[in-house]
Design a protein around this ligand. Sequence first.
Ligand code: BGC
Length: 762
Amino acid sequence: MKRILTLAVIALCMAGGTARAQMTNEARMKTFIDALMKKMTLDEKLGQLNLPGSGDIVTGQAQSSDIGRKIREGKVGGLFNIKSVAKIRDVQKVAVEESRLKIPLIFGMDVIHGYETVFPIPLGLSCTWDMQLIENSARIAAVEASADGINWTFSPMVDIARDARWGRIAEGNGEDPYLGSRIAEAMVRGYQGTDLTKNNTIMACVKHYALYGAAEAGRDYNTTDMSRQRMYNDYFPPFKAAADAGAGSFMASFNEIDGVPATANKWLLTDVLRKQWGFKGFVVTDYTGINEMVDHGIGDLKTVSARALAAGIDMDMVGEGLLTTIKQSMKEGKITMAQVDAACRRILEAKYKLGLFSDPFKYCDENRAKTEVFTAGHRTVARNTAAQSFVLMKNQGNILPLKKSGTVALVGPLADNKENMPGTWSVAANFQKATSVLAGLKEVVGDKVNILYAKGSNLDADAAFEERAGMFGKALGRDNRPADVIIKEAVDIAAGADVIVAALGESAEMSGESSSRSNIEIPQVQKDLLKALLKTGKPVVLVLFTGRPLAIKEEHASVPAILNVWFGGSEAGYAIADVLFGNVNPSGKLTTTWPQNVGQVPIFYAHKNTGRPLEEGKWFSKFRSNYLDVSNDPEFPFGFGLSYTTFSYSDITLSSTSLKGNQQLTASVTVTNTGNYEGKEVVQLYIRDVVGSVTRPVKELKGFQKISLKAGESKTVSFIITPEDLKFYNYDLKYVWESGEFQIMIGTNSRELKMAKVNWVK
Ligand code: BGC
């Protein structure tokens, strides 16, 4: 007993010590910044708030460039999307050697899903449901980016997205606030580690705050309008989770909220973010976010710049509104020195926390740049991660995995193209180092399997569309022969094969920023190719590339096997071969609901019941909430994904069916691998709050565990549920739980669930 007490005392002292160390760090930072700010002129303070576009900085040119001049004059706080230690060192030198106060610059970049070693697009990554894997991907991205001079990333993107038309659904983690929150935390941990002063950690920037994913009609940058209920319960949680995880910065979104653009929305940036959540970092606008408020129609540049700063913006990306107008607004009494100081202090604090004042060149180590970027080790992790992100949508007759013998006909516009494999937002990628499906297959099984190839079709029949969908060096190359001639060539080579693998779908730039679609099907010319391939009677495997949920009802019905591979990153080609040939058993699960057609969008599993729900088992009933021409069911539900093996679930065992107050409930199921392969399964827990003071969703994800089971093996999976898991924001936006009946559901996806009921009272 005495020993336990002694240990407890030591632990307490240590905790006190850590707190004291933190206090002294904070105090030291404050003293340092106070002293620095005393020396700063107003212009120099405004300069810190400025994040100009860096143009095309070329090594050796920093001195003479316009950016160089501005840096020398103290008018620049940071730069972004400059790649290479040499270029970054060059501009940093101007800042710390030639500007009056020698304040170092912060260097940002869109390191979204990896750096040169590219991981799957975030929507794909989220389908791993593996928080360690996701954290590692961010860790590796941080190691590579920091080795190349970067210390701040515009990631994670945590926008909840429930509209497949919106192209940026590719950049986020899907539709669910609970899963989105866990991923947000994992990403922040991965980038920032536990110590930002190290030279291999970088500051996270959580974006796009907020509601950007709810753009009307799925059209990028469009208006959003939603209830506070929905904001707090569904759209805010991943942002709050990232703030709680210690993210150093936030980025405001382009859209308006309640009629005020996020960039000037004081309620959002100050009341919610700083006052309610206690966020202490800095907030940057999105690209020209301030200037765009002129077009939003809330004033001229001077007015909108003042509104942005007063609302809580600290740094102005590209537009220079703060730099060029705030002085005048101060003269007019619209902005105070205290407001400028607060923003300036937050930028300086970020630089201090990153250790840039101690060593402005700490991320400029050429040796690290040479040895820590795109390493064999990182690529192996990326390859494995990509394989885990793939979702097996159908596998009729167990066509997959393929035999490592015989002849495979690889067909499709995405089969022999490496540039598209990294996917959208892969700013630092070297496309030439990515691996195409063809190259991946040859490398992995080329010694045993005869691989034939034909393109089979263009990406789209419309050359102008294809051009728009192939920007940023990702053109697929156009075959100008008539479509039927290109298809016939593929059908002819397929005649000599045992199986056809069709690599079809979207190109990388068919999703991402400003890539919204009103038609979310596979382009018709590719569908024609697929039909011709099916007609041969040979088994066909569709390897589906996409950055969004697609409407693939037709393909789901007609193609025996579908493996959805998103955009898997630089190692995608290898990972696809690994999964097709069974070296890896797929285990990805969808993090978005896939609709039957675009008319069902927005569609998501955690919907409300309505006063006129459709009766169970029916797909149409007059005067019920449904459609005349399509059932309410999705084509694939949230959480769905198959494996080469099969799993069975026992009924749920509960520790109690009647609980009181802060008691804990344990809900368990036994999962058995009933197939022939070792495999991973994501066991999902959903809860329904049957009666509430406000209406509650039909179910909400509240937990998940990814387990691995050998063929024939069983495991008992238990979830501990506490009243915390029952909480929601009520009508008054208080975070509460309410007494009553709860349904506890556990299963393999949001549709196939075992259910048990409990009564839980305060
Ligand atoms: C995007 C942001 C990105 C920024 C900087 C904007 O267009 O919306 O996500 O971080 O550009 O490249």
